[in-house]
Design a protein around this ligand. Sequence first.
Ligand code: ZN
Length: 368
Amino acid sequence: MNSDLDRIESYYLEKLRSDPLGKEVCSESDFESQVKLLQEAGATEDEANQVASMFQCRPFHQVYDYILDQIQAEVESAVRACNANLPGKVLLRTLPTGFANAGAVNAPGGYLVTVRAELFQVIYRVCKVFCHSLDFIMLESPSGSRPLSEIAGFAPSGWTQSQAISSLVEIYDSLVDKHTVYHAPRHEIPMGQRQAFLDQIVYFAELFAVSHEYAHVLHGHCDESLESISAVERFHNEFAADDLALTLLLAPADLRNENRDAALDANYRVAGACIMFCVQVLLEACRSTDENLGFKSRAGAEYPSPMERLVRMLNSVKQRYPDWITQFADAVMIWSAGVMPALIAEVRGADEIKWIAENAKLRSQDDA
Ligand SMILES: [Zn+2]
């Protein structure tokens, strides 16, 4: 038995007991209405019952524990591969769903990194929309500008940009109204190559989210008190955590070899990290709509916006790594520039999209 880990575990269990979402219990009528809504959203009866009972039988979040074990092993092996040293033991656990975020805190015995199960749900749904979008994301190829799905040799799904935007709006509405993505209609990805693409992007987005929290631990950010650091330092900390998270994510990638598998793997890793910021754009929009829904905005503009982080990280990747590893990431960038402003305009109104102009400004500065 490891006493440090035991102490962090007790801290986690205490946090779990006092978690406002941990106490929620679904009533019989809630259960039935949830099944009905899920079926209306396109789930089969079995699926609807299964999902509704997952929510009813708390702790639902523990269904993610096995993924977290795998992610933790991978992140910690990347930390060792980068010759970095964790300042203490880290316990990685899920918290009940309802919010969608992740965090790292200093705990007795070490550090506690938590992920809300809902974050993984949102990642999955947004990545699905991205995978359906490969038909209208145009990339340069030797034979001219062609859709990414065609370049990758996927059977066309026929999705248009407006379909992608309305799917994102459905996810947003479900999150804001029901605190879960389950009420957004499902758009299944055909089995085969496109499904494999989805699996990779989802996994690396999850890995990046956890790596980002580990990066805060490695940089010592969890040991600073939030009040003692300035807004500038908070910006700096987020950017530094993004850079280190990407270094960790790319640690197992083969960057010398340009064979197809190695190139695909590196591309999936960077694209997974990038799509995490698109997920954050959607979540930020949810947070600032209704403060009582669990998507509460962090104070003012004390943290960099997700799009700012995406643009900055992708530029830094391009400076640090060979250009063939960012082809899928460029596709994420092209996609997000098309769908994300439209999503925000749709759900928040055109007045609310000042950040798009700011982001455009930022991008042209970076290009200069
Ligand atoms: Zn952070």
